[in-house]
Design a protein around this ligand. Sequence first.
Ligand SMILES: [Zn+2]
Length: 305
Amino acid sequence: MRKIGLVTGAGAVALGLVLAACNSASSGEDDGSTSVVASFYPLEEAASQVGGDLITVENLTPPGVEPHDLELAPDDIETIANADVVVYLGGGFQPAVEDALAETEDAVTVDALAAVDTVPAPPGEAEEGLTVDPHVWLDPARFEQLVRAVAAGLSDADPANEVTYGSNAEAYVAELAALDEEFRTGLSDCERTTIVTSHEAFGYLADAYGLTEVAIAGLSPEAEPDAQEIAELLDLVEQQGVTTIFAEELVSPKVAETLAEEAGIEVDVLDPLESLTDEQVEAGEDYVSVMQENLDRLRAALDCV
Ligand SMILES: [Zn+2]
């Protein structure tokens, strides 16, 4: 399924330029910069890379908080209402953010999910409100598309700096293309191709590099496996000679640990980059550096040459 990137001002494309002019006049707190609200970390990173010093970015999901079904405080809703640009992920990933957007009048809104190729959520997930698999940022090539959509949104809100947004976006896209190449090379010759993960965040990544993801939980981290699913997972681990079960920082590793113990294999961490922890922020980690760590861990678990 291919969707065209959606960048709309108050839902009306034709009004984009007029609204953008209003936004420029009222933009920023006091320094004239364009105020951007990002609904969680990867979107904050994309906006910062594209906007640089020309924008201020506020992330609605605090460090260390898991962004699925994020709840908003009244302050957050006001922040959204006052923003020049709101970058979010549609498709039921953060319904509260989508609801709050209905209240905004002037902001340029960028649904990053509408800007990239997606696959539908499996039937069970649709009941939980997810229409498509939201984890597009974990595939560097899809993240490139997302970055370009953010550049289009910023340019819509602040046309005077369109050239800078465009060139910043292309510079970051070049970094992402290099990362994509690292993954392609690094995962091209591996003993195994099946990865067992905590929640089903790595489908696009697996698809991009010829891996198969088997997740303990579903697309949302809250889903828990039943006894039959656990038995099936244990079978699969044995059949495929899986050596590692991947847990993640922000979700309890209990089920992963129990499974690994029963199967007599290792637990390692694969970071779905839904949020950086305070420690990661302090250590200067970012999307590219964490993805490189993920690659190292995947290569170790799959015995890649
Ligand atoms: Zn997720």
